[in-house]
Design a protein. Structure first.
Length: 261
């Protein structure tokens, strides 16, 4: 398959503002993400998962190495990458439909076309009937659906998601995971999804990238091998392939946590 994202020898380091100590967050990361792949990234706390995503987003400079999107070097943020953060990063003074339309307005998409796109993504994320509601009128899960829809509506080539479901309750999280799986099926977007939750990583990912403890390196890439049509929690609770992948990823992460003790 064609590589959408290519990372070679990536390193990132920074100076701790309190101790003035140099901290190496990532070192020698080599990774490829295929066109249309859903790659999840897991690893022990502090291993550089979010740093990796922020470098890909162009929000952090790399210290060394190469980061390419379609063979072009990533030098900063761009419309080819959409980011969904853990926090509900939506504008409180805008309604659901106005939040979703924000990126389209920046792109100067004509009003009629913009409205059609917004309607499509309102349907896709299950927010029909809430188009005119403001963020303070929504639950946490609904707010995150708005953030996902806004990112998708702008039609980025790659979606970068940083623990987007960490702030919601467990039942809402399960629902959002299943909805994101359906969105991945419907849009065929290339998605890189950072999480600390092994079950979530295996449920969503075509492959799971396990990072080592700091400095973060690619410890293993674990294929999941479950068709997206089967990725519903009621079907996977007793699925041997799911259990085997989950145990493999959990064991790899636990090895790294054990090294820190």
């Amino acid at each position: 398959m064609t590589a959408k994202i290519t990372i070679r020898g990536l390193g990132h380091e920074y100076v701790n503002p309190f101790t003035r100590e140099r901290v190496v967050a990532l070192d020698g990361v080599d990774l490829e993400v295929a066109e249309g792949e859903f790659l999840t990234v897991v690893g022990p706390s502090g291993c550089g998962k979010t740093t990796l995503l922020n470098v890909l987003a162009g929000l952090l400079p790399k210290t060394r190495g190469t980061v390419l999107l379609d063979g072009r070097e990533v030098r900063g943020p761009g419309p080819d990458r959409g980011v969904v953060f853990q926090e509900f990063a939506i504008m409180p003074w805008r309604t659901v439909e106005k939040n979703i339309a924000h990126g389209l307005e920046i792109q100067s998409v004509p009003k009629e076309e913009r409205s059609a796109i917004v309607r499509r993504f309102v349907e896709l994320v299950g927010l029909r009937g809430f188009e005119r509601k403001y963020p303070h009128e929504l639950s946490g899960g609904m707010k995150q659906r708005v953030a996902v829809a806004r990112t998708l509506a702008a039609n980025p080539e790659v979606m970068l998601m940083d623990e987007p479901f960490a702030s919601v309750d467990s039942q809402t999280r399960i629902t959002l995971q299943e909805e994101l799986n359906a969105i991945a099926q419907a849009t065929r977007k290339t998605i890189l999804f950072v999480t600390h939750n092994v079950e979530e990583a295996v449920f969503l990912g075509d492959r799971c990238c396990v990072l080592s403890g700091r400095p973060g390196r690619v410890k293993a890439l674990v294929p999941v091998g479950i068709p997206r049509a089967r990725r519903r929690w009621n079907l996977l609770m007793s699925d041997g392939t799911f259990d085997a992948a989950k145990e493999k990823v959990f064991g790899l992460v636990r090895e790294e946590v054990g090294k820190e003790v």
